[in-house]
Design a protein around this ligand. Structure first.
Ligand SMILES: Cc1cc2nc3c(=O)[nH]c(=O)nc-3n(C[C@H](O)[C@H](O)[C@H](O)COP(=O)(O)OP(=O)(O)OC[C@H]3O[C@@H](n4cnc5c(N)ncnc54)[C@H](O)[C@@H]3O)c2cc1C
Ligand SMILES: NC(=O)c1ccc[n+]([C@@H]2O[C@H](COP(=O)([O-])OP(=O)(O)OC[C@H]3O[C@@H](n4cnc5c(N)ncnc54)[C@H](O)[C@@H]3O)[C@@H](O)[C@H]2O)c1
Length: 464
């Protein structure tokens, strides 16, 4: 009998298991593949390492605009892949079985399947648990398109090992975060990339203006962007689009979303209800419909991010072991690491009472960097509290911490405006937006009249 059975050794499972062990619980973590999960092996780490190589190529190619000539840029894809592997290797020990065991977690390299409300098999062996945490993540979805399987498409799971040479022509199906990040990376490394998305624009989760800036940036990098036309078939080495056009490719990468890994988990036997799309039904405290079982990470239907998986894994383990009902934080920041980056948090512009926008043509750091195509917006409620924000530009992800804190702590534009920001920084754009808002209020009909009267009064007094 274990206090907590954790199924899945990705971010949610590892953080949940460590939290539980630190509370003194007997924890068994079952991982059927590699501890570290998608983030380490096939997600964040390799994709950001690839983007770093791609940025270096793009930077060298465009250095002439600063008067710096780097000569002809050549890409050795073998060495790019070595850089990606080295980044994984550097981080791997932190997520290793040994590190988990040192933290007090018992690790089984085996598949777990629920067999009843308080029982499971781990590698075929029966296990009884007091509590369980489901953290089996999600896997790339393949749409039911004629001829797709025969085209041996790459996915975010296979691209890192299977793609040993840079394809001359790469078609990317799906223009979400994965399609945009990897599409831009491969274009900058030298492939002729076409990104195809059935929706009418890329990055549909983001404000339309952010999506437009990224689309323009991808086009500048040579990416062909085809939106608004679904794929009807894959035939003769080409995507066939609904509008009758064809996108020929040497390799095809599919990035049309991710499906929870719940099909073979034994949820029905354990009384864990699933939604139609396979995600696990959880309440606000991450408890499933089985009161002994919690779930965290990509399988829950919450936003699929590593930070969400980690925070939820810890929350679920704490709730499970201490009998608490702490609720998930609704404020979830997100960053798409294209160039420029897109960073967002909170409500979108259309749900605010006021939106303050600063174009990066007015941000001195963006001017000195020659990167003025971005912008920063603050979304405000009636009481001038920051309820949402978007930043598009270099290092936008680094600016997002402050904006997330502002949304979470319900800070007002007066709070932000009254906080000195270093010059010249991109975070200065959020400061400027807040200052604009405070100034607009000071110049408004009521406050403006009061202030003007106060200044006149003081002037009259000092003239006496
Ligand atoms: C290309 C790409 C780039 C990304 N970039 C970012 C980024 O920059 N920032 C960000 O925040 N997020 C990013 N993500 C998303 C992020 O990787 C995921 O949200 C996160 O890894 C989810 O963690 P998890 O613990 O829920 O699932 P996973 O990491 O998928 O872990 C689940 C684990 O469970 C195991 N498992 C499954 N079933 C069983 C079973 N029955 N028994 C035992 N083990 C089982 C699996 O082998 C797996 O190791 C990216 C994803 C991709 C694909
Ligand atoms: N920087 C990050 O934090 C980061 C990076 C990569 C992935 N992720 C996570 O991984 C998740 C999955 O990413 P994703 O990009 O695969 O999925 P996604 O769901 O975010 O985007 C998929 C895109 O594919 C399009 N699409 C769906 N079916 C299609 C079809 N049949 N034909 C053409 N287009 C189609 C959709 O319109 C959408 O734009 C993301 O939601 C995100 O949570 C995060």
């Amino acid at each position: 009998m274990v206090d907590l059975l954790v199924i899945g050794g990705g971010t949610a499972g590892m953080v949940g298991a460590r939290t539980a062990a630190s509370l003194g619980a007997r924890v068994l973590l079952a991982e059927r593949d590699r501890t570290g999960g998608d983030c380490l092996w096939t997600g964040c780490v390799p994709s950001k390492a690839l983007l770093a190589a791609a940025d270096a190529a793009a930077g060298a190619r465009t250095a002439g605009r600063f008067g710096v000539d780097a000569g002809e840029v050549t890409v050795d894809f073998g060495r790019v892949r070595a850089h990606v592997r080295a980044a994984i290797e550097h981080i791997r020990p932190v997520d290793s079985r040994e590190a988990l065991e040192a933290a007090g977690v018992q690790v089984e390299a085996a598949e777990a399947v629920l067999t009843g409300p308080g029982t499971a098999t781990v590698g075929g062996r029966g296990v009884r648990f007091g509590r369980a945490l489901l953290a089996t993540g999600a896997a790339p979805a393949l749409p039911p398109v004629d001829g797709l399987a025969e085209a041996r498409p790459l996915t975010s799971e296979t691209v890192w090992d299977d793609l040993t040479e840079l394809p001359a022509r790469l078609a990317v199906l799906g223009g979400g975060p994965i399609g945009c990040e990897l599409g831009q990376a491969f274009a900058r490394l030298g492939s002729a990339v076409t990104v195809v998305d059935g929706a009418d624009r890329l990055l549909t989760e983001e404000p339309a203006e952010a999506s437009a800036v990224v689309t323009a940036a991808l086009r500048r990098d040579g990416v062909t962007v085809c939106t608004g036309s679904g794929v009807t078939a894959v035939r003769d080495g080409a995507l066939r689009l609904a509008d009758g056009s064809a996108v020929p490719f040497d390799r095809l990468l599919v990035a049309v979303g991710r499906r929870p890994r719940t099909a073979d988990l034994g949820c029905a036997a354990a009384g864990v209800e699933l939604r139609g799309d396979g995600t696990v039904v959880v309440d606000g405290a991450l408890r499933t419909t089985n009161p002994r079982i919690w779930a965290a990470g990509d399988l829950t239907g919450h936003p699929q991010f590593t930070h969400t998986a980690g925070v939820h894994g810890s929350l679920a383990a704490t709730n499970a072991l201490l009998g608490l009902s702490r609720q998930v934080d609704p404020v979830v920041p997100r960053v798409t690491y294209t160039s420029p980056e897109v960073a967002s948090v909170g409500l979108p512009p259309e749900r605010g009472v006021t939106v303050r926008r600063v174009g990066h043509g007015h941000v001195d750091r963006a001017v000195t960097d020659g990167a003025t195509d971005g912008f920063t917006t603050l979304v405000l409620d009636r009481r001038r509290r920051v309820v949402g924000a978007t930043a598009v530009g270099p290092r936008a992800g680094e600016v997002l911490g402050e904006l997330t804190l502002a949304v979470r702590e319900r800070l007002t534009t007066t709070d932000l405006a009254g906080t000195t920001h270093a010059y010249p920084t991109y975070s200065g754009a959020a400061w400027d937006a807040a200052v604009d808002d405070v100034r607009a209020r000071l110049a408004g009909p009521v406050l403006g009249r009061v202030l003007r009267a106060a200044v006149r009064l003081r002037a009259q007094r000092s003239a006496r």
